[in-house]
Design a protein around this ligand. Structure first.
Ligand code: FAD
Ligand code: MLT
Ligand code: ZN
Length: 478
């Protein structure tokens, strides 16, 4: 019955009728979550998104927005009820405008991140968000999760790159705020509120993004260090030497490098010998500068005081691409190696060494069948504190152990002043964690915002925030 009513309410061609074509929308890319749906809708315009949400709001039908479906938290997968409507954004794919002089561009939510980067580059500008999933994730999903990635150190997370959004609210109203302004103190930051809301407050249909001039040169090095504390000290020295030019600072343990060497074709070993930890660091500049000699000098100084064990400076673009291929494929290598439990955590950077020491000791003692692979954006204090298991590990074992492991690691994160969700979001995976670690006032404010923008709780139910199930209320007459 609801499906017939939905068909009558929306223009032809919006619903995905083919069952096989619907299947990928009902599971996440790692196939950890499997849902069912009333239907999958692929609207072609903001107006069609508005029609869909107005109908869902009137009928009290839950809505699951979906971008590139690369989330690690099950945020874009419907629940098992078969009563929710998945709304995929991939047909909203226009670059509406690039204003090179204003260093801004307006794009629709369904553009992939790679398409946004290319459109900026075609106008000789830079859109600096960079993730390993750039070819498949969508800019709407990047904003909805406030994505981070590889260049946060210099350019910030997705929220910092967003000037304005167009979003459809739960009742179908369109919040049209595509303002290309760097200064705009006109009340509450509603754009900032939509960014990072994970589809629970509305559907982002377009965004105005900040651009930069194109970078002119890079210097990239792969550096062996004794431990995490040494990596942190090295970053401080580099910043003191070259300032804002440090744009990426990625930490890799030996076993992450080995995973990439074993499972990813075309990855080469950047440094001879065995070291426990490595840093992939990159400087960049908007002007032609002697970055290689700056980096070489800074690393030589650090080596002289025993901070650097060995280092390889990239000789050219080919080597640089190879290093990044290694780094960006660590998650894929880990996936190919077997199941893993992921913890996307951050701590203040000064606490990174102590946190890794304490949490590694806990894992060694309590998870003997797992191998810790802790890598990531150390420059932002953000690590993917992942535990890999052999391929044959029974799913029931992981399901049983996962909550205990997650709790212990997240408690250690909290004890070090950190966050259990650094860049991937909450989704459905970490709803209980938010309840545990956020203060009562924070939770109350979030619920009040949610209630005022989505009083019937139709937007991505069961994700991000635990709220009373209001969908069972009697639908409004339609
Ligand atoms: P989806 O997975 O489709 O959705 C994510 C959430 O956003 C869901 O809650 C969904 O309901 C909501 N949503 C999607 N589109 C919209 C919209 N238009 N309006 C409102 N809500 C919406 N993440 C990082 O932050 N940093 C990384 O370095 C990083 N590296 C990755 C590397 C790999 C190989 C992979 C597979 C993933 C990586 N990710 C990373 C995670 C993921 O790519 C990001 O979270 C990304 O921003 C999700 O975008 P998406 O379009 O795939 O969103
Ligand atoms: C990354 O930085 O590679 C991802 O965010 C982490 C992951 O995919 O596990
Ligand atoms: Zn990451």
């Amino acid at each position: 019955m609801p499906l017939r009513s939905l068909r009558a309410a929306i223009p032809a061609g919006v619903l995905l009728e083919d069952e096989a074509a619907r299947a990928p929308f009902l599971t996440d890319h790692r196939r950890l979550y499997q849902g069912r749906a009333l239907a999958v809708a692929l609207p072609r315009s903001t107006a069609e998104v508005s029609t869909l949400l107005a109908w869902c709001n009137a009928q009290r039908v839950g809505v699951v927005p979906q971008g590139g479906n690369t989330s690690y938290c099950g945020g874009a997968t419907p629940d098992e009820s078969g009563a929710q409507l998945v709304i995929g954004l991939q047909r909203l794919r226009r670059v509406r405008a690039v204003d090179a002089a204003n260093l801004s561009m307006t794009v629709e939510a369904g553009c992939t991140l790679a398409e946004v980067q290319q459109a900026a580059s075609a106008a000789e500008r830079l859109f600096p968000l960079e993730l390993g999933s750039a070819g498949s994730c969508q800019i709407g999903g990047n904003l909805a999760t406030n994505a981070g990635g590889l260049n946060v150190l210099r350019f910030g997370m997705a929220r910092a790159l967003t000037l304005g959004v167009e979003a459809v609210l739960a009742d179908g109203r369109v919040f049209s705020h595509l303002r290309a302004l760097r200064k705009d103190n006109t009340g509450y930051d509603l754009t900032g509120l939509m960014v990072g809301s994970e589809g629970t407050l509305g559907i982002i249909t377009a965004a105005t993004l900040r651009l930069w001039p194109q970078l002119r040169c890079w210097a990239t090095a792969f550096v062996a260090v004794a431990d995490v504390a040494a990596a942190v000290t090295l970053l401080a020295r580099l910043r003191a030497a070259v300032g804002e030019r440090v744009n990426s600072y990625e930490l890799l343990p030996r076993n992450a490098v080995e995973l990439a060497l074993r499972h990813i074709e075309g990855v080469a070993n950047p440094l001879p010998g065995n070291h426990d930890w490595y840093v992939l660091c990159e400087l960049s500049s908007f002007a032609d500068e002697a970055l290689n000699s700056m980096l070489e000098g800074a690393l030589a100084d650090a080596s002289a005081v025993g901070l650097v064990q060995d280092a390889a400076l990239c000789a050219g673009e080919r080597q640089r691409a190879q290093l990044w291929r290694l780094r960006e494929n660590v998650p894929e290598a880990q996936r190919r190696a077997g199941p893993s439990l992921k913890h996307d955590i951050s701590v203040p950077i000064g606490a990174l060494g102590d946190f890794v020491a304490a949490a590694s000791a806990w894992v060694r003692q309590h998870v003997p069948s797992g191998t810790l692979v802790a890598y990531g954006h150390a420059g932002d204090g953000n690590l993917h504190f992942n535990i890999s298991f052999p391929k044959e590990t029974p799913a029931e074992f992981l399901a049983r152990e996962e909550p205990l492991i997650r709790r212990a690691i997240h408690d250690l994160v909290a004890a070090h002043g950190g966050s259990f969700s650094a860049e991937h979001g909450i989704g459905r995976l970490k709803v209980a964690e938010l309840e545990r670690y956020a203060s009562p006032v924070t939770l109350a404010m979030m619920r009040e915002v949610k209630r005022s923008l989505d009083p019937h709780g139709i937007m991505n139910p069961g994700k991000l925030l635990a709220v009373a199930d209001t969908l069972r209320e009697t639908p409004a007459a339609s």
